[in-house]
Design a protein around this ligand. Sequence first.
Ligand code: 5GP
Ligand code: ZN
Length: 112
Amino acid sequence: MDCIFCKIVAGEIPSNKVYEDELCFAFYDINPQAPVHVLVIPKTHIASADEVSPENSAIVAHIFEMIPKIAVKAGVTNGYRVITNCGEDACQSVKHLHFHILGGKPLSEQMA
Ligand code: 5GP
Ligand code: ZN
C-alpha cells in the first residue's frame, strides 16, 4: 500500500520519533504549526476517523491513553490541543488516521 505513514512506521521513510509501542507511533510533524507539533498514529493502517470500528477502537483508546505521556515527552507543560482531520472539508491530506498534538504556546480560541 502506498501510504507514507505506513512507510514511516516501517522505517522506510525517516521520521523524528517521540514515542513508539506495539500499537502506536508518535513523531514530529514535518511542517509544524505550533512550537510543539506531534503526530500520533496507529501502527496498523486505519484510513481516518470514519474507519474506526468495534474491531480497531481499542487501538484508538490506547492512543488516547498515551497522548498525555507523549505530550509531556515532547515538552508540553501547559496544555495542548488534539485534532484529527477527517475527509475533504477538514483537509485531511494523509489517509492514515493521525492525531495532531499541538502545544508549546497559547493556541487560538478558534478551531476552524
Ligand atoms: P492532515 O492535513 O492530513 O491532517 O495532516 C497531515 C500532516 O502530516 C501535516 O501536518 C503534514 O505536515 C504531515 N506530514 C506529511 N508528510 C509527512 C512526512 O513525511 N513526515 C512528517 N513528519 N510529517 C508529514
Ligand atoms: Zn497507512
